[in-house]
Design a protein around this ligand. Structure first.
Ligand code: ADP
Ligand code: MG
Length: 584
């Protein structure tokens, strides 16, 4: 058995010790796990749990290499349900630090204690111990100075420990976690029944508030969790958590699937906040590929990818149909102060947020004044049957201001719409729909435009003419080294199309898989759509504004332009009242 388990370093830094020990506590069924650190864990780490504990015999065995109580049969290695299974953590930790374990199972009245010092195992002896297990680690790397040197600044090591605690806490809301550092409480997450409450404890109220639940299953796969919807986004993946059977993983396939689910809803370089739980039969996933088990391998990788990105996408689609609607219903309960993570050092507070909120605070006064100014009020008429009666059509439209924003209100909020972003999204979605239906509307050019093609491109282009055709471009051979563009997508503005065709040809040459081709052509479409729309600073007639709102109801993801900029910003009654200090 031992030889079939991937070997490798488990202990890199204090946070890796904390991770292994806390995972053992969870595997032991603990509902309370308390962690004490001295000097960011470099001086001491103590972890106490109320799990099932160990008998003196278990204890002696626990620190032996490849002794694990968690795999009973050989086959178990292919169905791993526990967080640990290698039997490596305790002996590895014992070899690079001074370790003392005391434990008492429910079946016994007295406890037992065992020390391991730099790999030297002591005797098990009787000792007073509470129910469960306490493990104390002192002087990590004291006998391997070279590795001690690799430790980072104390604040960095502590923030790694915080990350570990937070990830385990997100996956186990029913467990009470407490982290104390040099006598101060860094995090105290009491057990909660609702996953949502745990989000608030771990991520803070602002991030948690922006998250919406989602869930979908397909056969034996279940994808669920919470995600941020437009326009919230962050400049890094700090709030992107993926769990496989409640094990935190950093998996490229999952992350890619999540981002693909967001598709054009995010600006380049922006990330969503997502807490994703994938439940998958144990036999379908190999967790034995990385010593710290941060990576996994799926037996059917592309199916997992597809299921995850579809799940995210449909949750976002559902949300985009009703922007604003959730904000009221989903408001979180006021947090009790102990739920807040209160990091005691600056490096983990600066969670790189900042983006996301749309500057409600700064623009507040002027928006309110704008509202009062209110131009001619005309509710937007809706044409039943022909159009879906949607969110945008239901708004009361006041006026266009500053040459590019439509001021609207609903019963309990005011909404500003960026007409340029709105037009972009509409044009983009129209083109995309036509493309997907293989029905791109085209218009013939009065005077065909010619593109010069190199000898190498010639052959390739010949094979790809149908792809261009599908995108609305008809090309006909014209002389030995050029083609004539005879028709283009009707949604494109007039102009010089040769450049565009040349770019598409270059892309066709580069892109191999059809999925990537689709992505590229959609990017291209987004750019095309943006050039085809009304630029900002044009006065719109009221009929044009009404048509715009109605069109927005017809498209998916109406809340973001194809480059991920928001189409609308909202100020709820709550937010207005807070701005004016009517409520605090
Ligand atoms: P693994 O978790 O891979 O089994 P470890 O070296 O982490 O290996 O732990 C070895 C064994 O010690 C575990 O299989 C378990 O039986 C026991 N053990 C470790 N920590 C605890 C704990 N907190 N409570 C109960 N048993 C524990
Ligand atoms: Mg373990």
């Amino acid at each position: 058995m031992a030889s079939r388990i991937a070997a490798g370093e488990v202990v890199e830094r204090p946070a890796s010790v904390v991770k292994e020990l806390m995972e053992n506590s969870l595997d032991a069924g603990a509902t309370e796990i308390f962690v004490w650190l001295e000097k960011s864990g470099t001086a001491a780490i103590r972890i106490t749990d109320n799990g099932e504990g160990m008998t003196p015999e278990d204890l002696a065995l626990a620190v032996e290499r490849h002794a694990t109580s968690k795999l009973k049969a050989d086959d178990d290695l292919f169905r791993i349900a526990t967080l640990g299974f290698r039997g490596e953590a305790l002996p590895s930790i014992g070899s690079i630090a001074k370790m003392a374990i005391s434990s008492r199972p429910a079946s016994s009245l007295s406890g037992a204690k065992l020390s391991v010092d730099g790999g030297k195992k002591g005797e098990v002896h009787a000792a007073a111990a509470g129910l469960g297990t306490t493990i104390e680690i002192r002087d990590i790397f004291y006998n391997t100075p070279a590795r001690r040197k690799f430790l980072k600044a104390p604040a960095t090591e502590l923030s790694h420990v915080c990350d570990v605690v937070n990830r385990l806490a997100l996956a186990n809301p029913q467990v009470h976690f407490r982290l104390q550092h040099d006598g101060r409480t860094v995090a105290d997450y009491v057990a909660v029944k609702q996953e949502r409450d745990r989000l608030q404890q771990v991520l803070g109220i602002d991030v948690a508030k922006s998250l919406k639940p989602f869930s979908s299953s397909q056969g034996e796969l279940t994808v669920s969790g919470f995600l941020s919807t437009a326009p919230t986004s962050y400049p890094n993946a700090r709030y992107l958590f993926t769990f496989v059977n409640r094990r935190y993983v950093r998996d490229k396939v999952l992350t890619h699937a999540v981002l693909q689910g967001y598709d054009t809803l995010l600006m380049k370089g922006q990330y969503p906040a997502v807490v994703l739980f994938l439940e998958i039969p144990y036999a379908e996933v190999d967790v034995n590929v990385h010593p710290a088990k941060y990576e996994v391998r799926f037996r059917r990788q592309s199916e997992v990818h597809e299921a995850v990105s579809r799940s995210i996408r449909s949750a976002l689609q559902r949300d985009a149909r009703e922007p604003g609607g959730f904000a009221q219903a989903d408001r979180l309960a006021t947090p009790s102060h102990q739920w807040r993570p209160n990091y005691s050092h600056p490096s983990s507070i600066s969670l790189a947020v900042g983006e996301g909120s749309l500057g409600y605070n700064t623009g507040g006064v002027t928006s309110a004044q704008m509202l009062r100014r209110g131009g001619g009020m005309f509710p937007v008429p809706t044409v039943e049957g022909q159009h879906r009666v949607g969110f945008f059509s239901s708004l009361t439209l006041h006026d266009q201001i500053l040459g590019c924003y439509l001021v609207c209100t609903a019963t309990d909020r005011m909404i500003l719409i960026d007409q340029h972003a709105a037009h972009e999204r509409i044009a983009f979605e129209k083109l995309r729909r036509q493309l997907q239906a293989d029905a791109v509307e085209r218009q013939d050019l009065l005077i065909p435009q010619t593109v010069e093609i190199s000898a190498g491109e010639h052959l390739m282009l010949e094979q790809k003419l149908d792809v261009l055709e599908r995108h609305g471009f008809t090309l006909e051979p014209f002389g030995p080294s050029s083609y004539a563009i005879t028709s283009v997508p009707a949604l494109l503005p007039e102009g010089d199309y040769t450049q565009l065709v040349r770019q598409m040809v270059a892309e066709l040459a580069e892109v191999d898989t059809s999925a990537r081709l689709r992505q590229h052509l959609e990017d291209r479409l987004a750019t095309m759509a943006c050039h085809s729309v009304i630029r900002a600073n044009r006065k719109l007639e009221s009929e044009e504004m009404i048509a715009l709102l109605r069109d927005l109801d017809q498209v998916e993801f109406a809340t973001q332009c194809p480059h991920g900029r928001p189409v609308l910003v909202e100020l709820s009654r709550d937010e207005l009242e807070r701005m004016f200090k009517r409520i605090l």
